[in-house]
Design a protein around this ligand. Structure first.
Ligand code: URA
Length: 236
């Protein structure tokens, strides 16, 4: 791999800035100051530093975001603010997209990545990754709703896959709902079928990855390799 590409990917900076950092002598490879952006390195073995700080390379970016309300989970939108606009400008050229959609008013766990193949696989209906939501409604859930959700409900002629409903015994208008698919507005439409309107919706888990409580709404961070692996586990 070319050194300028390595630096651009590892530091999430443009190629131009990467070349400029190399030309200014700020980058070293295996202990020697590098001078040329087109220098070839082995990204898995080379010890690369920028301003003396060691860098590590990963092919893809994975971001964990606590999505706030009021932004859409899309890469671009003519009218609405997108989740990508919450990231610094230098992330704009990295090909990131949200892995799955949350409605504009839904908050919580959202993964952004540029690993298209893996995201596509994880989101495929065949993969059955569990997605868990905390739901508040304008009316109480009833015990009978549990069975209805499990059997599936018909929405616009399509039967939903079994949905696990766990009603909060203290606040019966609040519940956890676990889906293994992602139909359009699925939680809101299931609750609508049950005669209730969703007043608050938060995704709290994707596969075995749970929302990081230290991230406040709108905050994000890079995911660790262990967390990326957790996405692959279908359940908690
Ligand atoms: N179900 C919904 O209705 N909305 C979401 O954002 C996610 C699941």
């Amino acid at each position: 791999m070319r050194l300028d590409k390595y630096l651009s990917d590892a530091c999430i900076i443009s190629r131009t800035r990467a070349v400029s950092a190399i030309r200014s002598g700020r980058v070293s490879v295996d202990g020697k100051t590098a001078t040329k952006g087109d220098m070839k390195i082995n990204e898995n073995k080379a010890a690369v530093t920028l301003d003396g700080k060691p860098l590590s390379y990963s092919e893809f970016i994975y971001i964990l975001m606590n999505k706030p309300a009021g932004v859409v989970s899309a890469t671009d939108d003519l009218r609405e603010k997108t989740v990508l606009s919450l990231l610094p400008e230098n992330y704009a050229t990295k090909g990131l997209f949200p892995a799955g959609r949350l409605d504009k008013d839904t908050v919580g766990l959202l993964v952004l990545t540029n690993d298209g193949k893996n995201a596509h696989r994880l989101l495929s209906p065949k993969h059955h990754v569990e997605k868990e939501y905390y739901v508040e409604c304008d009316g109480d859930f009833e015990e009978g709703d549990i069975e209805v959700c499990l059997k599936g409900v018909t929405l616009d002629g399509e039967l939903t896959k079994p949905c696990i409903l766990k009603i909060d015994p203290q606040n019966k208008n609040c519940a956890r709902m676990i889906l293994t698919e992602g139909k359009y507005h699925e939680i809101k439409r299931i609750c609508g079928y049950l005669g209730k309107k969703v007043t608050f919706l938060e995704r709290v888990r994707f596969g075995a990855l749970v929302l990081d409580p230290s991230l406040s709404r709108g905050q994000w961070r890079h995911m660790t390799n262990d967390e990326i692996a957790l996405l692959d586990r279908k359940e908690c």
